[in-house]
Design a protein around this ligand. Structure first.
Ligand code: TYD
Length: 138
């Protein structure tokens, strides 16, 4: 099962709603070392198209919507529409991800377990497939 989501506890009162996310919890099962967000994505643009060797992330769509496609490199490919700030998508390491179908108002927030490190990326799909199959890099 590549798609792992968590429905967050929403604290709502007469003034609106609040969600609190803590590192090392059932919502975010790691210490949060980095937060980044993606917004202002044009129509038809595809983002992501990479996998991480070690990094784990939780992705939350704060506004609008987009479609996340996950691929484990071993024949399993699943997608999910992210369209609510009340749900998080946990993305494990060694998972190729692509984001499609961004609405103009989409804001994606990503919680990550490590600082940015370009050496943790597979940006080439063939390299990722080889690694996923346990084959040596070429
Ligand atoms: P990229 O990984 O291509 O974004 P996406 O996965 O949304 O397609 O990142 C875009 C640029 O931003 C790239 O030059 C790397 C840089 N970047 C950072 O400097 N820090 C970060 O935390 C992230 C995620 C990206």
């Amino acid at each position: 099962m590549l798609i792992q989501t968590v429905d967050f506890k929403v604290i709502t009162d007469g003034r609106g709603s609040l969600i609190s996310l803590e590192g090392g919890s059932a919502d975010v099962p790691f210490d949060i070392q980095r937060v980044y967000y993606i917004f202002g994505v044009g129509e038809g643009v595809v983002r992501g198209a990479h996998a991480h060797k070690r990094l784990r992330q939780v992705v939350v769509c704060m506004s609008g919507s987009c479609r996340m496609v996950l691929d484990n490199g071993l024949g399993v490919k699943e997608d999910i529409v992210l369209d609510t700030p009340t749900r998080g998508l946990l993305i494990s390491s060694m998972t190729w991800r692509e984001m499609h179908d961004f609405s103009p108002d989409c804001v994606l927030v990503v919680l990550a377990d490590s600082h940015y490190d370009e050496s943790d990326y597979y940006r080439n799909y063939e390299d990722f497939l080889r690694a996923a199959r346990g084959e040596p890099a070429v």
